[in-house]
Design a protein around this ligand. Structure first.
Ligand SMILES: C[S@@+](CC[C@H](N)C(=O)[O-])C[C@H]1O[C@@H](n2cnc3c(N)ncnc32)[C@H](O)[C@@H]1O
Length: 254
């Protein structure tokens, strides 16, 4: 169902997007798992309380850069994200999240981008614009409903189905799409790889169990200096990283 004001807010505002996923996930999962509601409500409270502004948030990740440099790349990232075509549905990250990702790519200069949850490709686009690295981005082959319900229901509603439709053709040579259930594809992809300086973007299923699984699976191949950004953070993220959040985007440098 298209609710114009609601969906346009999700595209534009980090708070609306974060709250949408967090609150919807909260209600859905609370119905299934007793005790989940209190855990997640506590987490949202802590995230909101420990929210840092973008320049400070980037400062924790990249203390070697001045506040002016961090602000410069964040504002440039906003401009880059705002050039993206916006669909009223599809769950693409907000401009604000895109700007943080772009700035992290510029400041971190990673050897590789690893992303879970390609979706429309909004976050992939921001990362690719910010650095020269190749992106490996993971999603399903088809829309399937899962625990949180939100992204996958929207996936089926996309105006044109398919992952990564916001990634322009000229960037596709730098992108490897790994399609299939991440539970299956991610461990295979990680196996036998050497640690790399990575920019990791976690934006697939927003449940604590799934985020914990992705972090644990990727950890062995993250070389020192890698940065992990986690969208719509959950209690699993917070336990691993501490509460370092900008909106509901978590970030940590290894
Ligand atoms: C919030 S959307 C990603 C939005 C995207 N980063 C963007 O900015 O356009 C989450 C995506 O994760 C994918 N996903 C969730 N769980 C998955 C799994 N177990 N395996 C593969 N993909 C998964 C969904 O299909 C969905 O496209």
């Amino acid at each position: 169902m298209n609710i114009p004001f609601y969906h346009s807010q999700i595209a534009r505002s980090p708070l609306a997007a974060g709250m949408d996923a967090a609150i919807y996930g909260l209600i859905r999962q609370s119905m299934k798992t007793p005790g989940f509601f209190m855990n997640q409500a506590k987490h949202i409270y802590h995230s909101a309380k420990s929210h840092r502004n973008p320049v400070n948030f980037l400062g924790h990740l990249f203390p070697e850069y001045s506040p002016e440099q961090r602000e410069y790349f964040f504002i440039e990232g906003l401009k880059v994200s705002r050039t993206l075509e916006r669909f009223d549905r599809g769950g693409a990250a907000s401009d604000f999240d895109g700007a943080l990702i772009y700035a992290a790519a510029q400041l971190g200069d990673p050897d590789v981008i690893i992303e879970t949850g390609t979706g429309m490709g909004g976050t992939t686009y921001a990362a690719l614009q910010g650095c020269e690295a190749r992106a490996y981005t993971f999603d399903r082959e088809e829309g399937v409903a899962d625990l949180d319900g939100v992204p996958y229901a929207r996936w089926r509603e996309l105006p044109m189905q398919g992952v990564g439709r916001l990634i322009p053709e000229e960037m596709e040579e730098r992108v490897v799409f790994v399609l299939g259930d991440i539970k299956r594809t991610l461990p295979c992809w990680v196996a036998d790889r050497k640690p790399m300086k990575s920019l990791v973007i976690l934006d697939s299923l927003h449940t604590p169990e799934h985020q914990a699984y992705e972090i644990k699976t990727l950890k062995p191949i993250l070389a020192p200096g890698s940065v992990v950004l986690c969208d719509d953070t959950t209690s699993a993220w917070s336990e691993w990283a501490g509460f370092l959040n900008c909106g509901l985007m978590g970030g940590i440098r290894t």
